[in-house]
Design a protein around this ligand. Structure first.
Ligand code: AMP
Length: 111
């Protein structure tokens, strides 16, 4: 399978992990949309968050644990977490991942 996030998880593509746990890693987004833009990624391959919830629910829990830890470390006042699901919603990498965004005013509704 030619999955870029699987390659980052395995180390085939080098990356600096900001968090690494049993089932999850986190690293900076290549094209940040906010001063803090971290991707929290399960080590197991599932196309989207809903599939992850069925295939590896422990990883889904760890994703939110990692988000809390990263937010605490950075003393973020507030942050937004986003799972894009499907190309129509903006998903471009089909390996589930949570976007953790912070550090600027985040408008609502989202674009
Ligand atoms: P999504 O559009 O929700 O699927 O998000 C995919 C995200 O992955 C985008 O924000 C990209 O900027 C980011 N991205 C793609 N390739 C890499 C990479 N090699 N390292 C870090 N982030 C990446």
């Amino acid at each position: 399978m030619n999955c870029i996030f699987c390659k980052i998880v395995s180390g085939e593509i080098p990356s600096k992990f900001l968090y690494e746990g049993e089932r999850v890693v986190a690293f900076e987004d290549l094209n940040p949309q906010a001063p803090t833009h971290i991707l929290i990624v399960p080590k197991s391959h599932h196309e989207n968050a809903a599939d992850l919830s069925l295939g590896d629910p422990s990883a889904l829990l760890e994703i939110f644990k990692a988000a809390k830890q990263l937010a605490n470390e950075r003393e973020l006042e507030g942050y937004r977490t986003v799972f894009n699901t499907g190309a129509a919603a903006g998903q471009s990498v089909f390996h589930a991942h949570l976007h953790l965004l912070a550090g600027r005013a985040l408008g609502w509704p989202p674009g």
